[in-house]
Design a protein. Structure first.
Lengths: 179, 457
């Protein structure tokens, strides 16, 4: 684990983006960036790999689609066939057009909800979780870059001060940290 | 500056010539009397009917007489249903004769309509870009203007066709026949709107409006290149917004007039939207494909995969929109099951099973799965593959709108249909690329041009 942590605070997303690019160009490892809202292009500037959440969403959508077919078949054909508008109530296929809205809704429902839950799990977010952001202002109007490093902070501070920074702080990490 | 190449010229002219031959063959082989029509039908059922004709619905046996009569909107049959079967058979032969002689006309009409509507859909897309001051698309304006170059020739062809129809050269629009109207209470009630002169007057009104917008918008667009203020751009914005309001009303009425009225008993309240979705997605697909072609020839270097990504998103989204409207129209009619409404779908499901269900695969499922992934929307051959299938699917869509009412179960995608596609396709290619070669491909004077060049998705 790195010895020290540097926190650089910005008050504008463009300034932040610019700083991230400069820090990356100087080959420093950015641990995390805290922003009050999603900053467009930040993930590219930080060099994060692409999200795989779209793939999970597709899989969940397929599950929802299959579930809706099974569910409507069970409800309307197997368990309790009903005569609605004189439509044949003993055949799934001949009743299918009536089920399409349900198939659509459940596909969207599964894809959306399970994707959000997956996102929470993957980001280690759950109820009553203690906030990780070093300063509470990052939920208001400030942007914060967190850099972990070893050795002297002189070089890094010089680099950060060249950017349009509001405030720079260096913390010495406790050795006994549970991390 | 794009230069019209020899290859394009050769391609378009050979397509046009082959298409003309195909259409002429269609008109030549169409029956000119009831006897000829009977001979043709007989040759179908005795000849190669046994071999695999995938596109052939196989409903050509005479045992389907009564079904056909019920499904068709031709009122002569409608009223004679309870007559003796001999008489019925005679009227059936006459009916089949009308259908067979309608076929080359319908083949010509569907293809003419399809390519004209691609151009009109592109014009609507272009006007939306202008009116919304979109920053990403100005680099593609000249491509769009190239496609809308076909608007004038295309609309003149349609207008001539409609005038010929009112002169009874064909029987696509049965409400134009006073004999039919006299025996048909439903059409009689609509005769105030479905009147030949009013019909042509409306057609001229729509066509004039669309072409005027296209003319002035193109003029301002070219003038903007040379000017050092944004007055032309502002004028274009204003007329585009006005055009969109005009368009959404006239487009809807156009779809009732030119497409829905071939089936004068039937109506659908969202038909205008449905036709719009079809022409819109075809137009956007055509923009993407022509952009890719021009890029492959070394032109339009400013347009990159970011712009194609946006076009592919529209292709994906509007394909779903089309399916949504298709289904909305289908499900309500299916559920309510009102006889005069439901015949529309019964004809299509029974006699047109393959194109009717097949178009759901080509127009929804295929582009949906192919273009779902964000990365695939940037890959040229994915866009082109999806585009070719979408265009084929939407030709089939228009085919399904016109043919069941005009040729009934006597349909086949054969020489006249393919000839029609080739002729209008060739004309379309020639006019579009000729228009593209007239002015610089990049509207460098547009105030949003820089933004478009730098656009990154």
């Amino acid at each position: 684990m790195a010895e020290k942590t540097l926190h650089a605070v910005y008050d504008d997303d463009d300034k932040l983006l610019d700083a991230v690019k400069k820090i990356k160009a100087a080959k420093y490892e950015i641990e995390e960036v805290y922003t009050p809202f999603p900053v467009h292009g930040l993930e590219k500037a930080m060099g994060l790999s692409d999200t795989r959440i779209a793939i999970t969403s597709f899989i969940y959508g397929c599950i929802g689609f299959c579930f809706s077919i099974w569910m409507m078949n069970y409800i309307m054909i197997l368990d309790w066939p009903q005569n609605i508008g004189g439509k044949p109530s003993f055949s799934y296929l001949e009743n299918m057009p009536a089920f399409v809205p349900i198939m659509f809704e459940l596909t969207v429902f599964f894809a959306a909800h399970l994707m959000v839950i997956t996102f929470y799990l993957r980001s280690k977010l759950w109820p009553f979780k203690k906030a990780e952001n070093p300063i509470p202002e990052t939920t208001d109007d400030k942007f914060l870059i967190e850099i972990k490093f070893d050795g002297s902070e002189k070089e890094l501070k010089k680099l950060i001060n060249k950017t349009d920074v509001l405030e720079v702080k260096v913390h010495i990490n406790k050795k006994s940290s549970h991390e | 500056m794009y230069k019209l190449t020899k290859n394009i010229k050769i391609l378009s002219f050979s397509l046009m010539i082959l298409g003309l031959v195909g259409l002429a063959y269609g008109f030549y082989t169409a029956p000119h009397s009831i006897e000829e029509s009977k001979a043709i039908v007989a040759s179908y059922s005795h000849g190669d009917h046994g071999s695999d004709h995938d596109l052939d619905s196989g409903h050509k046996d005479d045992s389907h007489n009564s079904d056909n009569a019920i499904a068709s909107d031709h009122s002569e049959e409608y009223n004679k249903l309870d007559h003796q079967s001999d008489e019925h058979s005679v009227s059936h032969d006459e009916h089949v004769y009308h259908q067979l002689s309608n076929r080359p006309w319908s083949a010509l009409y569907v293809a003419a309509l399809f390519f004209f509507l691609i151009s009109l859909g592109t014009l609507a897309f272009y006007a939306i870009q202008r009116a919304s001051q979109a920053g990403w698309s100005p680099i593609l304006f000249r491509v769009m203007e190239g496609i809308t170059g076909y608007l004038l020739p295309g609309s003149i062809i349609i207008l001539i066709f409609l005038i010929l129809s009112t002169m009874h050269l064909n029987h696509l629009f049965i409400w134009m026949d006073p004999e039919v109207v006299n025996h048909d209470e439903i059409i009689k009630a609509k005769s105030g709107y479905l009147d030949s002169q009013f019909f042509i007057g409306r057609a001229i009104f729509y066509i004039l409006g669309w072409n005027l917008y296209r003319f002035f918008s193109r003029k301002f667009s070219i003038a903007q290149d040379q000017s050092n203020d944004v007055s032309n751009h502002k004028k274009n914005f204003k007329i585009s917004a006005g055009f969109l309001a005009f368009f959404i009303v006239t487009e809807s009425m156009m779809s009732w007039d030119w497409i829905m009225s071939v089936d004068p008993h039937w109506f659908s309240t969202l038909f205008g939207w449905y036709v719009f979705a079809s022409m819109f997605v075809s137009g956007i697909t055509m923009i993407a494909m022509i952009t890719i072609y021009l890029k492959s020839q070394g032109y339009l270097s400013g347009a990159n995969h970011n712009h194609l990504h946006d076009l592919a998103k529209y292709m994906f989204g509007v394909s779903i929109f089309w399916a949504y409207l298709w289904f909305s129209q289908f499900m309500l009619i299916w559920y309510a099951n009102i006889p005069e409404e439901v015949t529309y779908f019964i004809t299509r499901m029974e006699d047109y099973a393959l194109p009717f269900w097949g178009m759901l695969v080509t127009n929804l499922i295929f582009p949906f799965l192919l273009l779902m992934n964000s990365d695939y929307k940037r890959i040229n051959w994915f866009i082109v593959t999806a585009g070719v299938v979408i265009l084929m699917g939407h030709y089939i869509d228009f085919y399904n709108m016109i043919m069941p009412s005009t040729v009934g179960d006597q349909w086949y995608i054969g020489i006249p249909e393919i000839g029609g596609i080739m002729f209008f396709g060739g004309l379309f290619i020639y006019v579009v690329f000729n228009t593209l070669s007239k002015v610089p491909l990049e509207p460098s004077g547009d105030p949003l041009f820089k933004e478009s060049e730098k656009f990154v998705y």
